[in-house]
Design a protein around this ligand. Structure first.
Ligand SMILES: O=C(O)CCC(=O)C(=O)O
Length: 203
């Protein structure tokens, strides 16, 4: 495990970048999220923007459209395009809140629902994300710092799972790092809803 990331260490198609937002922007985004309603459908609280994602059915349908991203997320979506991380403007964001001890199990983001590129921005706390190669179970553990971003594409998006262990601290270079409340913002592009509905009908 390394904390200062070399591109060679990351799974193929994964890119890590620090300082994607400023401390002031982080405070403003968290204030917006906390002034809205968090959903308790999962063990961790979530909020969906752009399109609602159905965790049980693993789908996004046309009636799940919630409207344009709010301005306070749109500027970040535009920044991710300006910096070359996305080719087209992401139109869906899920905010996940993790209290110390909470995590997210190993998964590959819904393949028919979302495009090739996914970016997750970390707010308020660092934590480790574990990647596992589905083909040979090789693992890579990556420290996500506060205000950083991690981009998943290609093999890192489709052939590796990612997860955050449900624990209160991470061991980083032999040092125990306590987790604080962490919020992540995951930006995605919903694949054309019409095609998706055709896909799910098997046509
Ligand atoms: O919290 C994160 O950074 C990852 C979130 C995630 O994997 C997801 O929403 O599918």
């Amino acid at each position: 495990m390394v904390s200062a990331l070399s591109t060679r260490y990351l799974p193929p198609g994964v890119l890590y970048f620090s300082d994607v937002i400023s401390a002031e922007e982080e405070v403003a985004i968290v204030a917006q999220l906390d002034s809205a309603e968090w959903s308790n459908v999962l063990k961790r609280r979530v909020q969906h923007f752009g399109y609602r994602y159905d965790y049980r059915a693993r789908t996004i349908t046309a009636d799940a459209y919630l409207g344009r991203l709010p301005e306070w997320l749109q500027f970040l979506a535009e920044r991710l395009v300006d910096r070359g991380y996305f080719e087209s403007l992401p139109d869906q964001v899920i905010a996940n809140e993790y209290l110390p001890g909470q995590g997210i199990s190993a998964h590959v983001d819904c393949t028919p629902c979302f495009g090739d590129t996914i970016v997750s921005v970390s707010l308020l706390s660092a934590c480790q994300m574990v990647f596992r190669d589905l083909r040979n179970l090789e693992t890579r553990t990556v420290l996500l710092s506060r205000q950083s971003g991690i981009l998943l594409s290609g093999a890192g998006r489709y052939d590796w799972t990612h997860e955050i262990a449900a624990r209160k601290s991470d061991l980083v270079d032999g040092v125990k790092l306590a987790r604080e409340r962490r919020i992540s913002l995951t930006f995605r592009n919903v694949i054309d809803v019409q095609s998706f509905e055709e896909l799910s009908r098997g046509s």
